[in-house]
Design a protein around this ligand. Structure first.
Ligand code: NAP
Ligand code: MG
Length: 496
């Protein structure tokens, strides 16, 4: 791809005409009520599109369409080789539409265009392609039954999957649900976050063009409390695959209990610690990983490394490097290819993140770098490091979901592990050490779904991702996700 300038991207943005209707039963349709909501760009507050606002009636139509498609069997009972071919085509179409998808994502949520081009869209295509490839390489089981019987253990698709996703990685997180759910023959109804509908609608169109039968992949834009809740309570939905906040995750457990007892998989937030120990061999690399780990996507990442824990001898040098590395981040227009940190997704999110500054100050926090910036416009927040708060301070315990790092000082390795494990969350953690035994010992002790050693945020679809505690119990990605969208069936055949 030729390298484009900010002006090129602005021109391309002006020429876009985003899809704005719901995608149900293989076509774009307005909400039955005719209601619409405006989605804006955090770049400049401008309106991007008036999106169909789905309510219970539209969700019901989408779920019924998905259910009818499931029963018809054109997808759920299709040959594995056919499902594979369709999903490979889907992945190819995503690649072919990289520029448009990246631009939609950048405009809608404010992610830097360099990131949506290099990370969000390619990783989305990769997830779909990887699960496509798995379809004709996974086998079921024959149980060791007596010779007078043949006992088969097969994986059956669940039916209609309700996927409810957040705005921070709209395409990628959708693909972590769609890939394994579609690969195993389910139908999907996707409810994107209200702040990030545009890329999901184009994704649905591409899936349809790739050959997904009508009704197999639907998108119902709208508000969480309305469209999300309707999906969570629908009697024909077999499973909710949710990524978002712990509070809303629990709402889905209630919806399930109050309706049909559907399965609910929860991928929730985090307060992920980076533990840098005295024997860290490369303090510069640790500083780079700590700063990228918190400032990437302006800190709006579920596994953002938002807590830094250090032991005494590495502390001073590391904090100095972090302060200077922080100042080197380029904050700016997300359509500028040089931007590394864009605006936060919305005014609401900006208010939430900046509300932590007075809280941190009242808790004894001081800014190593950054902090409130009276000059900042729009929804920008300066990359910030806070030091001096106690481990039980709110700012050290709660997910800020912005470019705000909190430092906690530990006496020794043992206390560092205790501080790292001292929140309600358990999504990810890292340890930086030059000693192989310490690395293994601490990695075992860290209560997190992913532990990195001497790196941060290294990831691929090949390994599971999810958490402990308030970070939820579901696991996205890897072959294990295929189990999450299937139920085991025993078929016992009498051969006597
Ligand atoms: P959120 O408020 O929980 O929203 C997530 C989704 O749920 C959105 O589609 C939202 O729709 C919908 N929703 C909201 N209220 C609802 C309700 N009462 N009933 C049904 N659905 C409802 O989370 P967010 O603020 O968008 O995202 C940030 C959170 O997601 C953070 O906690 C972050 O850590 C977490 N996250 C976790 C992972 C992971 O893999 N573990 C990945 C990314 C993000 P609306 O947009 O219309 O409100
Ligand atoms: Mg938006």
């Amino acid at each position: 791809m030729p390298s484009l300038t900010t002006a090129d991207w602005i021109a391309r943005a002006a020429a876009l005409s985003p899809r704005r209707d719901a995608f149900i039963g293989g076509r774009f349709v307005p909400a039955a009520s005719g209601a619409r909501f405006v989605t804006t760009s955090p770049r400049d507050g401008s309106a991007l599109a008036e999106i169909a606002s789905c309510d219970t009636e539209d969700v019901d139509r989408a779920v019924r369409s998905a259910h009818t498609a499931f029963l018809a069997g054109d997808w759920s009972e299709a040959d594995p080789a056919h499902r594979k071919a369709v999903l490979l085509r889907f992945a190819d179409l995503i690649d072919e539409h990289t520029e448009e998808l990246a631009l939609l994502e950048t405009l809608d949520v404010g992610k830097p265009i360099g990131d949506t081009l290099a990370v969000d869209v390619p990783k989305t295509a990769r997830a779909i392609r990887w699960y496509a490839e798995a379809i004709d390489k996974t086998y079921d089981e024959i149980a060791p039954a007596p010779r007078s019987a043949l006992a088969l253990v097969t994986r059956e698709p669940l039916g209609v999957i309700g996927a409810v996703v957040p705005w921070n990685y709209p395409l990628m997180i959708a693909s972590w649900k769609l890939g394994p759910a579609l690969a195993t023959g389910n139908s999907v109804v996707l409810k994107p976050a209200e702040d990030s509908t545009l890329s999901a609608l184009l994704l649905a169109e591409l899936g349809s063009r790739a050959g997904l039968p009508d009704g197999v992949f639907n998108v119902v834009p709208g508000f969480g409390a309305v469209a999300g809740q309707a999906l969570g309570r629908h009697e024909l939905v077999a499973k909710i695959a949710f990524t978002g906040s712990p509070a809303v995750g629990r709402e889905f457990l209630r919806y399930a209990a109050d309706s049909n007892g559907k399965q609910v998989a929860l991928e929730l937030g985090g307060k992920s610690p980076q533990v840098v120990l005295d024997d860290c061999k490369d303090v510069a690399a640790a500083s780079s990983a700590v700063t990228w780990g918190i400032y990437y996507n302006a800190g709006q990442t579920c596994n953002a490394g938002s807590l830094l824990v250090t032991t005494p001898r590495v502390r001073e040098e590391l904090l100095e490097r972090i302060a200077s590395d922080t100042k080197a981040f380029t904050v700016g227009d997300p359509l500028d290819p040089a931007t590394q940190v864009g605006p936060l997704v919305s005014a609401k999110q900006h208010e939430r993140v900046t509300s932590y500054f007075p809280i941190a100050e009242s808790e004894g926090g001081r800014y190593v770098v950054g902090g409130p910036d009276p000059e900042a416009s729009g929804t920008y927040v300066a990359p910030t490091v806070i030091d001096g708060v106690a481990a039980d301070a709110r700012v050290a315990q709660e997910e800020v979901f912005g470019p705000v790092l909190v430092h906690l000082a530990a006496r020794d390795t043992e206390e560092a592990v205790a501080l790292a494990n001292g929140t309600r969350y358990g999504l990810a953690a890292s340890v930086w050490t030059g000693d192989v035994s310490t690395a293994h010992r601490v990695a075992r002790k860290l209560r997190a779904g992913t532990v990195w050693v001497n790196t941060f945020d290294a990831s691929d679809v090949i390994t599971p991702f999810g958490g402990f505690g308030d970070s939820g119990s579901g696991r996205d990605k890897s072959l294990h996700a295929l189990d999450a969208y299937t139920a085991l069936k025993t078929t016992w055949i009498n051969l006597a």
